[in-house]
Design a protein around this ligand. Structure first.
Ligand code: SF4
Ligand code: SF4
Ligand code: FES
Length: 388
């Protein structure tokens, strides 16, 4: 097949940046990484990029295609070339570029290390002298997180990191959940305290780009939600984000809907409420404050209350509840109805690729990546410090 690429070339030592065109023949089965190899071998030996395994395991070949992070060795070029599309390849975002498609991973690794990404064992040695056994249900909580290959694709697209480069970020927090959720780890509370601090869990904007771009189905945003749930379960709720989450639970339980106007007085206290009075008056003036008294109560509020009761009775307030929710949401998202099984749904003509579901293995190594692989955008985003 005939392939055409546009590649952003960059040299951090000179600051020179230029978009170069390449056209060449490639085998039909070629991936983006194979195509870069062809460019480097036959057309331009100065092109710099990272690679190692060529099979979606080492995490070296993260880069952007048309403005969205991909693993080059996972991205097949056939359909793109047949469509006549010329993708724009650039370095990952949120990390400083060293040269062409190679970024400086030091900031990434220092956040990774800050999570203490190793087991701090605190379990009793089983009396029979055999291995420590964990139920499948408990391991389901961290199964997705354990799939991470540290490629950085999630970090590349994280908009909380864009506004706060100190934010721990999706990869590091997913790694943190890997150990918080491990029943053998004895440092759960210390970890949750650390991850709940400034630049931690509650700084995530919930944009879900990390879930969308993760090539391994780790779904880091889900991991962050699990961390939040575990933190609240352990009573670690000093952060305003945790207070907001708690208020939303309370408001759905009492009236069946989210009473956002009460958020500030209920979570930030009187002084802060007074400071925001001018803003509140503006809302009232434009009839946007929702100040009905007594507050409107949803007709089926008992359903919200029963749901909360059920979660509590089943002891699913923390991460376990999220795992259960993921399974239910996956069914809804894929149009589950009546007696139709998940298998039936994925066998439908034109169905999405099957996402990874906890405990069910990952289909075709695709994880939960079901969104379009191509995001429009010819220009790489410029970041302070030279990141693309
Ligand atoms: S959901 Fe949160 S962690 Fe994920 S990309 Fe968005 S801001 Fe970053
Ligand atoms: S969470 Fe996914 S995208 Fe992020 S580093 Fe791990 S494998 Fe890569
Ligand atoms: S080369 Fe190892 S993940 Fe792509």
């Amino acid at each position: 097949m005939q392939v055409a690429l546009k590649i952003w070339r960059y040299d951090s030592s000179t600051g020179e940046r230029v978009l170069r065109d390449y056209e060449f023949d490639a085998p039909d089965e070629a991936t983006l990484l194979d195509c870069l190899d062809i460019v480097k071998d036959k057309h331009d030996g100065s092109l710099a990029y990272r690679k190692s395994c060529r099979m979606m395991i080492c995490g070296s070949c993260g880069m952007r295609m048309d403005g969205a992070a991909v693993l080059a060795c996972k991205t097949r070029m056939y359909d793109i070339a047949q469509d006549g599309h010329v993708p724009v390849i650039s370095a990952m975002g949120n990390l400083p570029i060293v040269k062409d498609l190679v970024v400086d991973m030091d900031p990434f690794w220092s956040k990774f290390k800050a999570m203490k990404p190793y087991l701090q064992p605190g379990y009793d040695v089983p009396q029979d002298g055999r291995e420590y056994r964990i139920s499948q249900q408990r391991m389901n909580v961290v199964h997705k997180e354990a799939l991470c290959i540290n490629c950085g694709c999630c970090v590349s697209e994280c908009n909380a990191m864009e506004s706060d480069p100190e934010f721990l970020g999706p990869q590091a927090l997913a790694k943190g959940m890997r150990f918080v959720g491990d029943p053998r780890d004895a440092a759960t509370v210390e970890r949750l305290e650390q991850y709940s601090g400034p630049h931690g869990i509650w700084e995530c904007t919930r944009c879900f780009f990390c879930n969308e771009r993760c090539p391994k189905g780790v779904d880091p945003r889900d991991a962050i939600a699990k961390l939040g749930a575990e933190a609240i379960k352990e009573g670690i709720d000093r952060d305003m984000g945790a207070k907001h989450a708690k208020w939303f639970i309370r408001s759905t339980e009492t009236t069946g809907w989210l009473r956002e106007t009460e958020l500030v007085p209920k979570t930030q206290g009187v002084v802060s409420s007074v400071k925001q009075m001018k803003f509140a008056m503006g809302l009232i003036k434009h009839n946007k404050a929702g100040l009905a008294f007594p507050p409107h109560v949803a007709r089926d509020v008992s359903e919200a209350r029963n749901l909360r009761k059920l979660v509590s009775e089943q002891d699913r307030q923390g991460a376990l509840g999220h795992v259960q929710g993921e399974r239910a949401l996956a069914r809804l998202a894929h149009g589950h109805s009546g007696d139709e099984s998940l298998e039936d749904i994925y066998n439908r003509q034109g169905a999405f690729l099957r996402p990874y579901l906890p405990g069910e293995g990952s289909a075709e190594g695709q994880g939960s990546l079901t969104q379009a692989d191509v995001t429009p955008g010819k220009e790489p985003t410029k970041k302070p410090g030279g990141g693309a």
